[in-house]
Design a protein around this ligand. Structure first.
Ligand code: NAD
Length: 260
């Protein structure tokens, strides 16, 4: 389905991003992976994608807080594969703390990585998509793009910002056969969620079990974590012709969380 197409996926050395990379590679797309981590582990994932799916996969280590590195990542994709057909903005971090003690540098980092990086990637990739008359931009937003939770001021602000950015760019490129959508997952079991458990225990004075049951899964009527493969399945659908009229949409995959 995606043979000959190129996908750039930010924050794809782990969690949801890595699942996107594998799902798109399984359909034949060449992949640019990005993100932090142990270099040997990243190389193992990169080589594994190539050998398992028979596609080309390169790694670019752009730091999503650095606009020049982001631009270089898109230009590297174009010089390697001739174009960028699919762009998935997915890199993200979290910090859980009350507003009055929320560290300023965490606010700045979350806004840069979870929101501004998508502006920089789109700004660089859209001209290539316009030139070829086809493109798919998918932003990993969150249920927190639609509703808020306490102690996540930066994250909720960045994710609501991504919703606005998604809708705006969707309107700008609508006549170029480029769609721009946001996937809004509820809680997905990844390192990002695991890492916020100690912070949430501290912020709310709860035990680990209480955080899982009373905070995380309390929001989700299914009482189950969403899986990375389920999120990747939505992204894959957005790349099909059947999804070509879906644009500017926020697509929840949250076990019923935002239906409440
Ligand atoms: P994760 O921690 O497994 O993955 C995050 C990725 O972002 C990693 O590859 C990491 O290296 C990369 N990253 C972090 N800082 C970076 C930087 N400065 N530059 C480049 N890459 C950087 O987390 P995840 O849960 O897979 O999160 C992926 C996305 O999904 C995030 O945008 C997150 O907000 C969103 N999301 C996650 C959940 C969830 O429950 N896990 C729910 C809704 C939305």
């Amino acid at each position: 389905m995606l043979t000959g197409k190129t996908a750039v996926i930010t924050g794809s050395t782990s969690g949801i991003g890595l699942a996107y990379a594998k799902a798109l590679a399984a359909e034949g797309a060449n992949i640019v992976i990005n993100g932090f981590g142990d270099p040997q582990a990243i190389e193992t994932e990169r080589a594994g994608i190539e050998s398992e799916f028979g596609v080309k996969c390169i790694y670019h280590g752009a730091d999503m807080t650095k606009p020049a590195e982001i631009e270089d990542m898109i230009e590297t994709a174009v010089s390697t594969f001739d174009t960028v057909d699919i762009l998935i903005n997915n890199a993200g971090i979290q910090h859980v703390e009350a507003i009055e003690s929320f560290p300023v540098e965490k606010w700045d980092a979350i806004i840069a990585i979870n929101l501004s990086s998508a502006f920089h990637t789109m700004r660089a990739a859209v001209p290539h998509m316009k030139k070829q008359g086809w493109g798919r931009i998918i932003n990993t937003a969150s249920a927190h793009a639609l509703v808020a939770s306490p102690f996540k001021s930066a994250y909720v602000s960045a994710k609501h910002g991504i919703a606005g950015l998604t809708k705006t760019v969707a309107l700008e490129v609508a006549e170029h056969k480029i769609t721009v959508n946001a996937i809004c997952p509820g809680y997905v079991w990844t390192p990002l969620v695991e890492a916020q458990i100690p912070e949430t225990m501290k912020a709310r004075g709860l035990t680990e079990e209480q955080v899982k049951k009373n905070v995380l899964l309390a929001a989700q009527p299914t009482k189950e974590f969403v899986t990375v493969e389920q999120v990747a399945g939505v992204a894959l659908f957005l790349c099909t012709d059947a999804a070509s009229s879906i644009t500017g949409s926020m697509i929840p995959i949250d076990g019923g969380w935002t239906a409440q």
